[in-house]
Write a protein that binds this ligand. Sequence first.
Ligand SMILES: *Cc1c(COP(=O)(O)O)cnc(C)c1O
Length: 384
Amino acid sequence: MPPPVPFNRPHVTGDELRFIAQAVENLQLSANGEFTRLCQSWLEERLGAARVFLTHSCTAALEMAALLAGIGPGDEVIMPSFTFVSTANAVVLRGGVPVFVDIRPDTLNLDETLIEAAITPRTRAICPVHYAGVAADLDVIGAIAGRHHLLLIEDAAQGLFASWKGRPLGTFGALGAVSFHETKNVTSGEGGALIVNDPALVERAETIWEKGTDRAQFRRGEVDRYVWQEAGSSFAPSEITAAFLWAQLRQGETITAQRLAQWSRYHAAFEALEQSGLVRRPEVPRECEHNGHLYRLLLASAKAREETLAELGRAGIHAVFHYVPLHDSPAGLRYGRASGNLRVTEDAAARLIRLPLHASLTEAEQARVIEAVYSACRQPEACR
Ligand SMILES: *Cc1c(COP(=O)(O)O)cnc(C)c1O
């Protein structure tokens, strides 16, 4: 049997070690050196954001966002249940309550028509997740946030280089968070960034990022010593991480183009399978330019999903499921609240598979994946 096709293979551009060596020569390895500033200004320019702060993860960026939003005990934040735990943890760590709203069956993003029913006098923010680098409906969600004076925080962990009506994801909310985890398009192993779009939040963001001090102002010579100003933490990555990330960001467009090509190949290949009713392919709204972050299919039933994953495994294809919904998880039940029923979330989470997709996936490997999915679906007990 040919070697297995891994679900993910971290992409390395070849420039990482050179930039890390440069960071070592700079003799500044802690945060906020040359490479941190290079990455931040590049992102600010590319995204058109007021400020960007590198963080050691998107989880950290979401925690910074919750601090900046002033989420406190009992404050509610509306979000999908179909997301990674970090979206909810950031709120819970401040004593807040994640309020879970169902998703749309086509994009698996927050169902914008259900948001207003979830708003109470305790609601402080809406946190849409752009699943698979496909945008949630930012027109409608932005308008709801505006009408109800709620902060919009985008979990754009998967959304770098994707856009809605030509504007980058992560720049619609007052705050946006992106991830550079190994599985994301552009990576530093672990890493992330907080995008601050509301200029009124920049100064406090800088303080919180600097462990709650005005150290950044001190460095710029604006104050003669730095002191503890408010609750903050250690959010910034080291220069070694930033140097690695700099190599990746510079090739971000190329990496994204490769992933989009693979995404499109899967999408074309599975059209016939969708027409025979065995799978449902993802849909991308026409306002959105996505970034090929992941390719997923919905199978006909939970049982079909299990059989298909097992069949793919036997063919040496590492396909995986995705989020286990948060609303009925032990912590979700303890800390959160579901708004209405979450039928689409439960249904999609039980039927979804993600296929191998990464910049170094070869056409031959991809052809094997496609062949194996068709073959699994031809088994009478599998795709039904
Ligand atoms: C990856 C991811 C995160 C967490 O990112 P880390 O950088 O691993 O902390 C949060 N939310 C979503 C939707 C993600 O996909």
